[in-house]
Design a protein around this ligand. Structure first.
Ligand code: NAG
Ligand code: NAG
Ligand code: NAG
Ligand code: NAG
Length: 365
């Protein structure tokens, strides 16, 4: 009762703000009528890009409540963000509409013809990553869900399906939770069982098999993202003994090690899988550069979350009962203990777009 009254108060306070910011984001996301260079985008990943696939799963890894979506045209959707994710912004730059979540009854028929997003909060490459929170769509389950989409595409497009899938872009961003919610998590502590090198080898072996499976299903154009600077999240910064609010080096080291292995994997797959085109997108460096020079990019708060609780607002997840003190979300790099704001996603997605522009002749596709 107390919390719902409080919720209403907080809501009223932000209503005007909501309209101001939501209308801006509505325009930036919907207003794109240029011809898209790809017919569709299919997305595999975790909470950084989950558009609401966990909403009706039995799990604690959910974001389908206020104030998530506070600055988003569609409001609360299950996105772990105040506004659009990296994929929403990249899709917008590519002239694609919002890519719908697989696990939604409306993602059927012609609604799948611009792509489908399978990403699931807390999920990882390994089957047991994220299980500490409950159910998730693991990477293998996301691929299984893509098979279902393929069946439906075949009914819709007939013999054009393979051509359609081959021309579509496949965005894959996995691995962060295999560290945060598995290797490093106090409940699983895989770091007692594996050295960092043995663990990254295990991850890459699984990731290779999974990406090949997607290739075998007809995908040809891959954008594989590395994982961000894990040690720079408010969660890690708040939990560290360092009081200066600096990034946690050991966690960043794990991310860099994983990314360098993914980069080699991408080169390997690019040369061994016929007629494929793989791009590796390093998200670590751009994120790190923006955090290091935050004021150049218009941010005021590089290392504390906008919505959350505890030290650096990184120790309690973003919940409706917490006071939302950040009136201007664009001043923050992080929305919650783990996820960037809409403002940050808008900047970083340009980097992926430029990579696509430089590497694939988008006008010729
Ligand atoms: C699909 O089938 C139609 C009619 O049989 C044919 O004209 C067309 O060339 C086929 N397209 C492909 C991509 O095989
Ligand atoms: C993939 O191969 C193409 C040539 O087929 C090359 O131009 C491109 O640089 C390669 N990409 C990677 C990531 O190795
Ligand atoms: C920001 O900081 C990084 C070092 O972390 C540096 O390499 C980069 O060039 C700087 N400048 C900009 C504009 O990001
Ligand atoms: C919010 O912050 C951004 C970045 O510092 C700034 O450009 C913008 O003018 C601010 N908006 C409002 C309404 O204060």
């Amino acid at each position: 009762m107390l919390s719902s009254t409080f919720h209403l108060l907080v809501h009223a306070k932000y209503l005007i703000m909501w309209f101001m910011v939501a209308s801006t984001i509505l325009f930036s996301i919907v207003e794109s009528n240029k011809e898209a260079p790809f017919p569709a985008m299919f997305v595999f990943g975790d909470s950084l890009i989950d558009p609401g696939n966990n909403n009706d799963l039995f799990t604690l890894a959910k974001a389908d409540f206020y104030p998530n979506g506070i600055d988003f045209a569609m409001g609360v959707t299950g996105r772990y963000c105040n506004g659009g994710t990296l994929v929403d912004h990249l899709g917008n730059l590519l002239g694609l509409p919002l890519i719908p979540p697989f696990n939604n009854p409306n993602t059927r028929g012609s609604n799948i013809l611009k792509g489908v997003n399978y990403a699931s909060g807390a999920a990882g490459i390994l089957w047991d990553t994220g299980l500490i929170y409950g159910d998730v769509f693991t990477m293998d389950e996301q691929i299984q869900n893509f098979r279902e989409t393929l069946d439906e595409l075949s009914r819709l497009l007939g013999n054009e399906t393979q051509d359609f899938v081959g021309r579509s872009v496949f965005f894959i961003c996995m691995g962060a939770n295999d560290y945060i919610n598995n290797y490093l998590h106090p409940l699983t502590r895989k770091d007692n069982k594996y050295t960092a090198t043995a663990y990254v080898q295990l991850l890459i072996q699984e990731y290779r098999r999974q990406i090949k499976e997607i290739y075998d299903l007809g995908a040809r154009k891959f954008l594989i993202a590395g994982i961000p600077a894990l040690g720079c999240t408010p969660n890690q910064i708040g939990a560290s003994s360092d009081s200066r609010g600096e990034c946690v080096k050991s966690s960043n080291q794990l991310a860099l090690q994983f990314n360098s292995h993914v980069q080699v994997l991408v080169q390997e797959l690019n040369t061994t899988l016929a007629a494929s085109s793989f791009l590796f997108w390093d998200t670590f460096q751009p994120l790190y550069s923006i955090i290091s020079n935050y004021s150049l990019y218009g941010f005021k708060y590089p290392n504390k979350a906008c919505c959350g609780g505890g030290r650096a607002k990184g120790q309690i997840i973003c919940l409706p009962v917490l006071p939302l003190e950040c009136h201007n979300r664009s001043e923050y790099i992080f929305w919650d203990p783990f996820h960037p704001t809409d403002a940050m996603n808008a900047i970083v997605s340009k980097d992926a777009y430029n990579l696509l522009l430089q590497s694939w002749d988008l006008s010729a596709l």
